[in-house]
Design a protein around this ligand. Structure first.
Ligand SMILES: Nc1ncnc2c1ncn2[C@@H]1O[C@H](COP(=O)(O)OP(=O)(O)O)[C@@H](O)[C@H]1O
Ligand SMILES: [Mg+2]
Length: 337
């Protein structure tokens, strides 16, 4: 085992404080120079966030927002134009830091002629894992990502979803403390997405820290503890998902069936937004207090209750609302120019 570099500031001792963030990004700016005319591409324009141990952190935003660029800085694959990133208190790309993390690139590069176990074995060698552990973990990971049926096939013949899975197996192979996953659900069908969601939750339950990017909001809502939303290289929202969404409207949605005609007419008069389809009547209640009386009234009249669901604005709506307000010309962020 290598010695800790104690000459660095206190942040650099990975075990110094358990509540120290696993990942810290401060004032990150990355400008690319593109083509003959060295055209500037401001991919990241001042991003800050911190990720705590044991949480699932979502870096969200539309294509081109700067998510992948931010992750590449965290991995030490590219250097920031300004600002800094720390992982386990150390520098991105440091050997000791890299040994503690697993990475799934956006477009996992795999050796097309290798079969899954051969590929994982190679990754294990590169990670410095011993033979026994390598074999055992490779087998386990193939099963874990649902590729047991494909062990005889070269990876080059894999579908996008299967390639994504072998990429995940590779990221998990050495049981890292921190997983950095770039669009882990892209290319997967709904079942695959659910499996990946469960896998991420399992890892969190095992005390791991996870950062992943996504532009598919429904994938994220259910599993992220906290998020940062990027747009055009800047953070537009940051915090616990509950807080982001909690600040917005919440209402209770009730679906009734077998509603007698008289009650149906009365309810529609009281609730202009009520909708009936296929023999059911759907109502939205602004206040939860109205729920009890409504249900009592419905049951008394002989109707059945199909569902009662608390609904609130989702990220999708939040994004769309942002987009709309941007077009109305809010000039909040001019100071940065
Ligand atoms: N190596 C690069 N050279 C030039 N421009 C780049 C490079 N990498 C990314 N970009 C640009 O930076 C912006 C952010 O890209 P990226 O970080 O990949 O976004 P995201 O992952 O959120 O879709 C895009 O406009 C992209 O074209
Ligand atoms: Mg990307």
């Amino acid at each position: 085992m290598s010695k800790n570099n104690e000459q660095e500031e206190s942040m650099s001792d990975p075990h110094a404080k358990d509540d120290a963030p696993v990942v810290e990004v401060r004032g990150l700016i990355k400008t690319f120079r593109l083509g003959f005319f060295r055209k500037r591409v401001e991919a990241v324009r001042g991003v800050d966030f911190a990720v705590q141990r044991g949480e699932i952190f979502g870096l969200l935003g539309p294509n081109g927002a700067g998510k992948t660029t931010t992750l590449k800085v965290l991995l030490g694959l590219i250097f920031p134009t300004a600002g800094e990133a720390r992982i386990f208190g150390g520098r991105p790309g440091d050997r000791a830091v890299m040994a503690r993390l697993g990475y799934l690139p956006e477009n996992p590069y795999v050796y097309s002629y290798l079969r899954p176990l051969e590929f994982l074995d190679l990754c294990g060698r590169l990670n410095g894992m011993g033979t026994t552990e390598r074999r055992k973990r490779s087998q386990e990971m193939v099963e874990r990502v649902g590729l047991s049926h494909a062990t005889g096939r070269p990876i080059g013949k894999f579908s996008k979803g299967m390639t994504q899975r072998i990429g995940l197996a590779q990221a998990l192979l050495h049981d890292p403390e921190l997983l950095i996953l770039d669009e882990p659900m892209s290319g997967l069908d709904p079942i695959g997405r659910k499996q990946v969601r469960e896998l991420l939750l399992d890892e969190r339950a095992r005390g791991k820290t996870l950062i992943f990017t996504s532009h598919i909001l429904s994938d994220v809502e259910r599993i992220c503890d906290r998020v940062a939303v990027l747009r055009e290289g800047r953070v537009t929202h940051r915090g616990a998902l509950d807080e982001l969404l909690g600040a917005t409207d919440e209402h209770v949605e009730v679906v009734l069936s077998h509603v007698p005609e008289a009650l149906s007419v009365a309810l529609k008069a009281e609730h202009p937004k009520a909708r009936s389809h296929g023999g059911t009547l759907q109502l939205e209640l602004e206040q939860e207090a109205a729920l009890g009386p409504l249900l009592a009234r419905a049951l008394e009249a002989g109707a059945s209750v199909q569902s009662v669901v608390r609904r609130r604005e989702d990220l999708e709506t939040l994004f769309m609302r942002d987009e709309a307000s941007r077009h109305e010309g809010s000039a909040e962020e001019e100071s940065a120019a």
